[in-house]
Every structure is written in C-alpha cells, then in structure tokens.
Design a protein around this ligand. Structure first.
Ligand code: ADP
Ligand code: MG
Length: 293
C-alpha cells in the first residue's frame, strides 16, 4: 500500500470513531481471524448496580451493607463502586477502613469496626476458611445462571451474605458480534467473572466460546495460547487488567470509555466504546489494503 492510501485509511478511521496508532496497524487489522472480548466494560456497559442482598440465617442486612460498603468504598472496581453506592443509599454514611488490601481478580479485605472483613469470590473467602452455607450457595448459583455476578461477604471467620450485582449488555454488542462473524472472525469471551454469568451474557450476544474465571495476570497467557494454535488474535478490552493481553495480541483494541492504561497498550481505540467499530476497523483495513495491492 502507498503511504497516501494508508493515510486516507487512517483518516477514514477517525471519521468512524476509530483512532489508529500508526498506518502499519492496518496490516495486522486485516489479518486477524479471532477476536477475544473482555466481558465487563467491553461487551457490557460496566456500570453495575447492587440488586440484592441475601443474608445467612441471623445476619442483619444493614450490618452487611455497612461493613461491605465501607470496604468496597476503597476500591475502584466497578463491582466495588456498585456495592458502596448501594450500601450508602440504604444505610447512609459508611465507617472507616483500616489495613485495606485489594486481591487482584478475587476481591478486597480489611478491618472495619474491629471486624476482619472480606468481600469477593467464594475462592477468596475459602482462603480465610469461610465457607458458604447451602442457602448462600443457592443464592449465588441462582444469580449467576441469570448472568449476574454474586460476591460473598464474610467477617470474623464466617460467610454472612451474598451480594448480587449486574450490569447491562450494551445495546450494540449483539449486532457487533453478528458483523464480526459475517467478516469470518471467531469471537471468544474472556473474563475473570464466573462461568455461569459469563455463559449467560455470551448467549445474549451470540458468542459460543467462553473462557471464564481467568485471573488478571493469566489473560495474556490465553492470548499466547491462541497464537500458538496459529490464530491471529485481536483482543478488545477496557481495564487495567486487560493491558498485558492487549499488548500481546496481534491487534489490541481499547474501548475509548476504558482506562488510559488499556488505551496506551492498544493499537486501535474505539472512541465511543461501541463494539461495532471493531467490525468497521476490519472492513476499513481490508478495503484500504485490498484496493491498492
Ligand atoms: P473482568 O475480567 O470481568 O473485568 P475482574 O478480573 O476484574 O473481572 O474480577 C473477577 C472477579 O473477581 C469478579 O467477577 C468478582 O467476583 C471478583 N472481584 C474482583 N474485585 C472485586 C471487588 N472489589 N469486590 C468484590 N469482588 C471482586
Ligand atoms: Mg473489563
């Protein structure tokens, strides 16, 4: 392709809401055959709300919200923000937190009102020998098979409640997946969230292949493994968690609505956070490079 044609291509990209890091990016865009999509913030809006609090026998909902809300107020995670806001709406101001710690891809822990509190995946609570009762277990699976995310709250050695949070699938995601398929690409959803919730969201947008419960540090290995199988991989993500995978992919696409870290690690930015722009980018690259050869 001539430099002029590439410049026209990148200029056209800008009109479509696609920021292209350099003209050479169009070549890798053209060759992609597999599109790995992060779930939260990419396929879904990432704006979560607290929908439900299910307590174990004898536990007080207000106390659960005070302690969990206080802890989550120190975290930037979309799940955490939903819980802190939901808690504040119901119980008012939240107590102070000491010794706060974020456990990547699993949850948060810290001291609130002299209680050692943990909020996150059941796996994180199990590390503290806090196990779910049958009723909490049931609440969790019911929420997850519905595409929602359930996190557990525990303190002082006991699991006390399940909090149900959810965000919505973006209105444009299903259409985008259809377009990517029509272009001959295979979509795969990759997420740290649980398998049942991921499956439910994937079904809503028409994705067959789901890789769930992947820790942030392992997302990059999933991309490498696909590349080892001979696939030319595009990765679409929005979070700090996605940066290494975005950089490893043959083509990294960041949501313009996502974090700066993700945008810096990427080759393309979808300015409006609309997944259909990923299909536009592929079409543009094929057209730009196809016509000039
Ligand atoms: P994703 O890949 O979907 O963006 P993450 O890797 O950020 O997800 O998180 C994976 C899972 O870890 C979440 O679905 C949640 O169960 C748990 N988790 C992470 N951070 C928190 C938090 N601050 N509070 C509660 N749970 C959390
Ligand atoms: Mg995300």
């Amino acid at each position: 392709a001539t430099p002029t044609a590439l410049m026209v291509g990148t200029g056209r990209g800008a009109q479509l809401g696609i920021l292209i890091k350099g003209p050479e990016v169009l070549e890798s865009t053209r060759r992609v055959d597999t599109v790995v999509l992060d779930k939260t913030g990419t396929v879904t809006t990432g704006k979560m709300t607290l929908l439900d609090v299910v307590t174990a026998d004898g536990e007080d909902t207000g106390q659960v919200l005070r302690l969990a809300g206080a802890l989550e107020d120190s975290s930037e995670h979309p799940i955490a923000q939903a819980i802190a806001k939901g808690a504040r709406d119901k119980v008012g101001s939240l107590p102070a937190v000491e010794q706060f710690a974020n456990v990547e891809g699993l949850g948060v822990q810290g001291m609130v009102d002299d209680h050692a509190v943990v909020v996150g995946r059941a796996r994180l609570l199990a590390d503290w020998a806090q196990h779910l009762t049958a009723e909490l277990e049931n609440a969790m699976s019911a929420a997850e098979s519905d595409g929602k995310t359930a996190v557990v709250v525990g303190w002082d050695g006991r699991a006390r409640a399940v909090l149900v949070v959810a965000d919505a699938v973006k209105a444009t995601s299903a259409e985008a997946i259809t377009q990517l398929r029509e272009l001959g690409l295979t979509p795969i959803m990759l997420t740290g969230d649980n398998a049942a919730a991921a499956r439910a969201i994937a079904d809503q947008v028409g994705i067959d292949e789901v890789i769930a419960e992947v820790l942030p540090a392992d997302k990059v290995d999933v991309v490498k493994r696909l590349q080892d199988q001979g696939k030319v991989v595009a990765m679409v993500g929005d979070g700090v968690n996605d940066a290494a995978a975005l950089a490893q992919a043959d083509l990294g696409l960041a949501m313009g609505t996502g974090t700066d870290v993700a945008i810096e690690a990427s080759d393309l930015t979808l300015v409006r956070g609309d997944l259909r722009a990923a299909a536009d980018a592929i079409r543009l690259a094929r057209k730009t490079l196809g016509t000039i050869k």
